[in-house]
Design a protein around this ligand. Structure first.
Ligand code: DX5
Ligand code: ZN
Length: 228
């Protein structure tokens, strides 16, 4: 199981220190939410910020989530900034195959996200081309929103497809993830958990990561052995 604190919920006046805190917390990944004010009604940060943070969290895998209208122009800059994986949205429709191909050709992992209102069938053509599927559990744009329970069947479907087609993409969830909702998602088949508010907002990030890991591992002991 992968625990990925989202930097969006960190203290922006001290991002280096916050990244160090994440790196020392026992978390596996750092999730970086890039918003362009077009694809979503909010703006966060760009490649320069990711590059500045990178040396402060050398041991963490950088999971870059592009909520952007034109990811084409951002792929190379984010790879140079230190991204290990880039996530693009299936809502970009016919541009998706080219984007996934470009990410792979830059030598990093490629992932696809699906928003709550979008049918899970939209990702079906790409399942054998991705390293991870991100099932959004809030409408993207802002941290601190409530988990949308209607997204759980999409996780189950993604897990069923993975099993039936003998694929190995990870299944990530993002938005409103706390110990309870993480456990529900784990039971549905998720193995990668992004959490902003519930982790960075906790008094001890280290304890919060440990507790969340315990919750998701405990939710299905059989699966926990298979998906480390
Ligand atoms: C939502 C972002 C999330 C966000 C999650 O647009 O994609 O990654 O940081 O924040 P919480 O965990 O606070 O819902
Ligand atoms: Zn995200």
């Amino acid at each position: 199981m992968i625990i990925a604190p989202s930097l969006l919920a960190a203290d922006f006046t001290r991002l280096g220190k916050e990244a160090e805190r994440a790196a020392a917390s026992g978390a596996d990944w750092l999730h970086l939410d890039v918003m362009d004010g077009q694809f979503v009604p909010n703006i966060s940060f760009g490649p320069a910020v990711v590059a500045a943070v990178r040396p402060h969290a050398k041991n963490l895998f950088f999971d870059v989530h592009l909520m952007c209208e034109k990811p084409e122009i951002l792929l190379e800059p984010f790879v140079k900034a230190g991204a290990d994986q880039i996530i693009v949205h299936v809502e970009l429709n016919e541009r998706v195959p080219q984007l996934l191909w470009k990410i792979k050709s830059l030598g990093i992992k490629a992932a696809l996200a699906v928003n709550p209102p979008t049918a899970i069938t939209a990702v079906q053509p790409y399942l054998d081309k991705i390293d991870m599927l991100l099932v959004m559990t809030v409408n993207p744009g802002f941290g601190g929103q409530s988990f949308i329970h209607e997204c759980l069947p999409k996780i189950q479907q993604a897990e069923a497809w993975r099993r039936e087609r003998k694929l190995s993409y990870r299944i990530e969830v993002d938005g409103g993830i706390n110990n309870q909702t993480a456990a529900e998602c784990a039971r549905a088949g998720a193995d990668t958990f992004v959490a902003g508010t519930s982790l960075f907002g906790a008094r001890s990030l280290k304890t919060a990561v440990k507790q969340m890991r315990k919750m998701v591992n405990g939710s299905d002991p059989g699966l926990a052995d298979l998906l480390i």
